[in-house]
Design a protein around this ligand. Structure first.
Ligand SMILES: [Zn+2]
Length: 262
């Protein structure tokens, strides 16, 4: 029998369930139980068996991007005395974080009592999560996609996906990239693109139309994968046909796009 520390009103947080209407499915498949999450991290555990009174929780970084949550591909192990687990969950996923959630404390207590354990999956996925119904929809959606390397935005420290938005050799989040590159001080053009301009086009994973809309920038052209020479001709045709406002060509998602200030 394990004893938990005092966890105050913690059990009032998170989804509430009436009675014992759910049985926790036990199987030999690799599984994890998600203890909680926040705006930057997801905590899970695959074994409540203690080693010198301690269990190992895993923390995986989460990036909230304009196109959804991306799960980090590496995780960090944290040894926690089982007696302090509920306090740790409450501290690590604090209610002050508007994106924080925690698994029902009763379920954590139950799993600890039966010393639940499963093999650790190689990668986190929605199928590997025992208590998927405890998770916010955005994180469930994120778990359906492959994990990715996560880095910190050089401007705001928010977590973002490595390599998606790099500007002047700095990793940025989508919001800061849009603000810096597509803002007033970005590389706007009044005239056609010459070859030398075309060699140094801004390049990013995708452009987020809602962010651009707030900035007063329209996407006036977007292509799939076409030859750079073809793109350059089309872009210059557009700029010369409708002159008078600043344009910016860029590479995104394998194709080309052209933005125009409103
Ligand atoms: Zn940022």
């Amino acid at each position: 029998m394990h004893h938990f520390g005092n966890h105050g009103g913690a059990s009032s947080r998170g989804p509430q369930r009436s009675g014992d209407d759910r049985s926790l499915e036990l199987s030999n498949e690799p599984r994890v139980f998600v203890l909680g999450g926040s705006g930057s991290t997801l905590g899970f555990i695959n074994s409540f068996r203690t080693d010198a009174g301690a269990v190992t929780a895993r923390l995986v970084p989460l990036a909230w991007t304009p196109i959804g949550v991306v799960i980090g591909e590496s995780w960090q192990n944290v040894g926690i005395a089982l007696a302090n687990l509920l306090d740790w969950v409450d501290r690590t996923f604090p209610p002050e974080d508007e994106r924080a959630f925690v698994a029902p404390m009763r379920d954590i207590e139950l799993l600890a009592r039966v010393q639940w354990q499963a093999d650790l999956p190689e990668a986190l996925s929605d199928e590997a999560v025992l208590n998927i119904e405890d998770l916010p929809e955005e994180i469930v959606d994120g778990l359906a996609h492959p994990p990715a390397p996560i880095v910190q935005c050089a401007a705001c420290r928010r977590l973002c996906v490595q390599g998606e938005f790099v500007w002047k050799e700095k990793e940025l989040c989508a919001w800061d990239y849009h603000a810096q590159v597509f803002g007033k001080r970005g590389p706007w053009h009044d005239g056609p693109y010459e070859d030398r301009h075309f060699e140094t086009l801004p390049t990013c994973a995708y452009i987020a139309a809602p962010i651009l809309a707030e900035m007063g920038v329209d996407v006036v052209f977007s292509s799939g994968e076409i030859a750079a020479a073809t793109a350059q001709e089309m872009i210059n045709l557009l700029i010369t046909a409708e002159p008078g406002r600043p344009y910016m060509a860029l590479r995104s998602g394998g194709g080309f796009s052209v933005l125009r200030e409103r």
